[in-house]
Design a protein. Structure first.
Length: 111
């Protein structure tokens, strides 16, 4: 099992690429944690992006989810299989007044 951490900003960014688990077969995402270490409430988005596509409204999984300061949102009931080239992206509405990071942590296995 592997873990990847990504600090989130307002610009969507890749939090895992399918080939990180196994370059030939892909990855099984077991859990995603979105941790709000900032001093303010935030909202976040998560996108499941197929190979050859870009993040956007057509591939959003979690839209404008509210997360209070100091709390963590756990996505563990949906297991995702990512083929090489597929990816998960995320962003949040981080404010300039934050006192800490908003971090996406992904746990995954090669398949």
């Amino acid at each position: 099992m592997a873990i990847q951490n990504t600090s989130l900003t307002s610009a969507p960014q890749e939090i895992i690429l399918g080939s990180q688990g196994d370059p030939n077969n892909g990855s099984a995402v077991t859990v995603v944690y979105i941790c709000n270490g900032s001093g303010v409430n935030i909202t976040f988005n998560v996108y499941a992006v197929p190979s050859g596509f870009s993040w956007g409204p057509s591939n959003i999984m979690y839209d404008t989810v509210e997360l209070v300061a100091g709390d963590t949102y756990v996505i563990d009931s949906e297991k995702l299989i990512l083929s090489p080239g597929d990816s998960l992206w995320a962003n949040c509405n981080v404010l300039g007044t934050q006192v800490g990071p908003v971090v996406a942590t992904v746990s995954f296995l090669g398949i």
